[in-house]
Design a binder for this molecule. Sequence first.
Ligand code: ZN
Length: 159
Amino acid sequence: MTADQRGPTGAVPSCADARVLLMGFIDGELSAEEARELEDHLAVCPACRGELTTYQRLGHAADRLAKEEPFVNTEVAWERIYDRIVRGVGWLLLWVGITVMAGWGLWVFGAEFLLDSEVPLVMRFGVGTFALGAMLLLINILRERLYRRKNERYDEVVR
Ligand SMILES: [Zn+2]
């Protein structure tokens, strides 16, 4: 790579070179000359300056996370997870109960209504499809509720 080396004239490095130098700079591994080359490039290249800002912001975020880590209170974290599980089970029972009650009610009412030969066929059909729709919606809401709770718990663990 000697033929590729920049002379003392100090040609401004390309963006590709600058990105490599940038990585080294973030990690604090640049020689004085490399740092100067990077500075030369950053002076004329807003894109790479933006890149540096982004990396620095990420770096600070990572520092903050690293500092916060030891202060995570596992007892509180477990309590929150426990709360969520209890709430999840509560929702599950609530919705199962509602579904069972509504289903039973619709079944009893529907059977009586649908088997009543005095009711016009069109009305029986209408009530039947209505009941079926209501059941499907209840089951769908139940499923969606459970799915969302599971995801929230997942977020919590990841964070
Ligand atoms: Zn550049």
